[in-house]
Design a protein around this ligand. Structure first.
Ligand SMILES: C[S@@+](CC[C@H](N)C(=O)[O-])C[C@H]1O[C@@H](n2cnc3c(N)ncnc32)[C@H](O)[C@@H]1O
Length: 346
């Protein structure tokens, strides 16, 4: 049987464009099958490392996570699978851990498996800590042991975190729900801030387009920014007495006619056709300081999302440097784009 050497994860609704992205960096790749929702195994032509290096330099949009498969280990879907996994990791992969580089173990138990990721992660992390000089760092590891456990086998691989597209198992980056949280959309902004390494200096001025009910505004305030929130809709009452928030209850198109201020950061989560939102963003370019940054979501249709996405990105490229476009774990039917102002010589 053909052995896979790569496991790819994407939002299941966007698996087809994610596979297309893989084929464009590795034209000979053979997709073996979808082993769970949005998760496929593949045999690459050029090898995991080549694909990962290409994507480290220019990340794909829809492919959320990849991991190498160095071992596919038959399992019985019974308690003693853990011993088999431990033996295989110890004998075949432990010698390849970089000493002194932090590690984490990321097990995913797929459909039909009786195992629990937490138990496997703990047992295998203990084994590695006891037998190597690599320190455990679950949140920010430099190397990752990735294990996808099916009912009948486990796909095991060791890689540098920078080659997996995400530091999280399958790219699933969850945040704890906070007291006072206004909307689930807050997770999207938190994930984007981490993904794109935004610094957000305290007291810098942010413009939040499409701000209602105020989740993103709340997150930006928590980080110490002053926020102008533009949306015909209301802001949540918990934001009403915050003097560092200015709510302009109008459409973003209308604010443009009212001599907008200049901003260090513009965020845009407007529910709007991606191309219209891109055109509107371009009109805001003069109101972004030269060092300014933009985070925006582009809403995608479920059928044939690539054409409107390409079109919207081309509109944005006329006015901005598109630093990265990613479908983040918290994006549903949309992608998040990180833009910077073009420098004078671009
Ligand atoms: C997904 S919600 C934004 C959620 C928000 N980011 C949060 O965290 O609470 C989309 C918002 O876009 C707003 N919107 C749509 N078209 C707009 C426009 N032309 N100008 C301003 N806001 C607009 C809607 O009123 C709606 O409140």
């Amino acid at each position: 049987m053909t052995q896979p050497d790569l496991i790819l994860t994407a939002d299941s609704a966007y698996l087809t464009p994610a596979i297309q992205e893989l084929k464009s960096v590795d034209p000979g790749v053979q997709i073996l099958g979808e082993i769970d929702q949005g998760i496929v195994t593949a045999v690459t032509r050029s090898g995991f490392f080549q694909v990962a290096e290409k994507w480290r330099q220019a990340s794909p949009i829809f492919c959320r996570h990849i991991a190498p498969i160095q071992i596919t280990l038959p399992l019985d879907n019974q308690e003693d699978d853990l011993q088999k996994l431990a033996k295989s990791v110890e004998e075949e992969l432990l010698p390849f851990f970089e000493p002194d580089m932090s590690f984490s173990v990321q097990c995913r138990c797929l459909k039909g498996s009786i195992h629990k990721p937490f138990d496997l992660n703990n047992a295998l992390a203990t084994l590695i800590e006891e037998n190597s000089s690599s320190p455990l760092n679950v949140k920010n590891p430099l190397q990752i042991l990735s294990i996808a456990v099916e009912a009948e086998c486990a796909h095991i691989g060791l890689s540098l975190a920078q080659h997996n597209l995400s530091n999280w198992a399958g790219g699933v980056h969850r945040f704890a729900k906070e007291k006072g949280q206004i909307s689930r959309a807050e997770f999207k902004l938190l994930e984007a801030i981490e993904q794109f390494h935004l610094e957000l200096p305290v007291r810098s001025h942010a413009l939040d387009l499409g701000a209602s009910p105020g989740g993103w505004t709340r997150v930006l305030r928590q980080k110490g920014l002053l926020v102008t929130a533009v949306d015909p809709g209301m802001l949540h009452k918990s934001l009403a007495h915050d003097k560092a928030i200015r709510h302009l209850p109008m459409a973003a198109e209308k604010y443009l006619t009212q001599y907008p201020d200049s901003y260090d950061l513009i965020v845009n989560d407007m529910r709007m056709d991606a191309r219209d939102s891109a055109r509107l963003m371009v009109k805001y370019e003069p109101y972004l300081y030269a060092h300014g940054e933009i985070l925006m979501t582009l809403k995608l249709p479920t059928t044939d999302p690539l054409k409107p996405l390409d079109h919207a990105l081309n509109i944005l490229k006329e006015a901005f440097t598109v630093v990265q476009t990613r479908q983040l774990f918290h994006n549903r039917n949309e992608v998040t784009v990180y833009l910077r102002k073009k420098s004078n010589n671009e």
